[in-house]
Ligand binder design. Structure first.
Ligand code: ADP
Ligand code: MG
Length: 343
């Protein structure tokens, strides 16, 4: 390949690259119900659908071992995968875990990672059924694949949102991003002066959101109990702005969200104030909150209206309106996805 034809990956970005990869992928099996393009692939396994997803965590890209305890890392690797299963309205059943380790890691260190993995498996009721173990020259890699199951008439895609639907969030956003800002700041302080101990006590909530996120399988159970099947759903890994744009694109709709309705915890808000970051930014563009963003039919609103755990942040309308936010000052601004930059 001559360098003349060379295109840098960051010109396409993560989503552009995935689109390019998926362009001429053939689907030949009638059991493949949904391939690339949602939170998980959907496979017909008889009575139900099986959903399958995979997510890889790389040291230096997704985690920093100078502040990420190994047990938490193991837990998070499972949680972020289970989150994609929940985003299909499914419940997880099995995981495989592959690790690439450098000689920096002792057996005891690997044990700690697996303590976290096993705790998460227990918590989400999934079986660890396999994986792969190999060595790495530069940094730790953890790659997890996960399966889940859902009744065929209960599967939820990114593509089902329709005009009039209500946009909902399962929890507060922006905490994970602000937790990361605190951890990075304390790391810098420590590097400048190793005598200084990190001051994290005041930031327990947001640091916890970053280091120990939970997949919202509890919401999937709750929705089932209430008798609601969302019209579309996605999990918030890259920030609400990016996820809303995915829903709009996949569903061929537009959306309006209200800044005032975005759930930001007081502790996240306080950290934003301290870091002089507008409190709307971490939730929209930070990511890693692993809450569920979903749409429901207006008819279903009365079933969840009084549910304190569901936040109503906006509505769906026509595609030509695009995705936009109504600010506290009543201005309408287009939503642009900055998301988490992988490249
Ligand atoms: P999520 O953030 O929910 O994990 P991603 O943005 O990573 O989703 O992926 C979006 C879609 O693209 C998924 O269907 C995923 O399986 C698919 N995908 C991502 N990377 C690749 C790849 N290298 N080859 C094929 N499919 C991919
Ligand atoms: Mg996802």
């Amino acid at each position: 390949m001559s360098e003349k034809n060379r295109t840098e990956v960051d010109q396409l970005g993560e989503f552009g690259l995935i689109e390019r990869i998926s362009k001429d992928v053939e689907i030949n099996h009638p059991t493949t119900i949904k391939g690339i393009g949602d939170d998980a692939a959907v496979i017909d396994c008889g009575e139900d659908y099986m959903v399958v997803s995979t997510d890889m965590l790389l040291e230096g890209i997704h985690f920093d071992l100078s502040f990420m305890p190994l047990q938490h890392l193991g837990y998070k690797a499972i949680a972020v995968n289970v989150s994609d299963i929940a985003a299909m309205n499914a419940l997880p059943e099995q995981v495989t875990v592959s690790i690439a380790i450098t000689n920096r890691f002792s057996v005891e260190a690997i044990d700690m990672i697996y303590q976290g993995i096993k705790a998460a498996c227990k918590n989400y009721n999934v079986d660890l059924v396999g994986g792969d173990t190999t060595s790495s020259r530069a940094g730790l890699v953890i790659s997890v694949s996960v399966t889940g199951r859902v009744a065929k008439d209960k599967i939820v895609y990114r593509s089902g949102a329709k005009k009039g639907d209500i946009l909902c969030l399962s929890g507060d956003i922006g905490g994970a991003y602000m937790g990361l800002q605190v951890l990075l700041r304390e790391k810098k302080v420590y590097e400048a002066n190793p005598e200084m101990q990190p001051k994290l006590d005041d930031y327990e909530y947001i640091v916890g959101r970053q280091l120990r996120p939970e997949a919202r399988t509890d919401v999937i159970h709750d929705l089932k109990e209430i008798g609601i099947v969302p019209t579309s759903m996605i999990d918030v890994s890259d920030g609400v702005a990016s996820e809303i744009m995915h829903l709009c694109k996949a569903s061929g709709v537009g959306a309006a969200i209200y800044e005032q309705k975005l759930p930001v915890d007081q502790r996240t808000f306080d950290a934003c104030h301290e870091f002089k970051i507008p409190s709307v930014t971490p939730g929209l563009n930070g990511g890693e909150d692993y809450e569920l963003l979903f749409t429901i039919d207006q008819e279903d609103f009365k079933k969840v209206e009084k549910n304190p755990n569901i936040y109503f942040i906006g509505y769906i309308d026509e595609a030509e309106n695009g995705a936009r936010m109504v600010t506290v000052g009543d201005q309408v601004v287009p939503i642009s996805a900055q998301g988490f930059k992988h490249f």
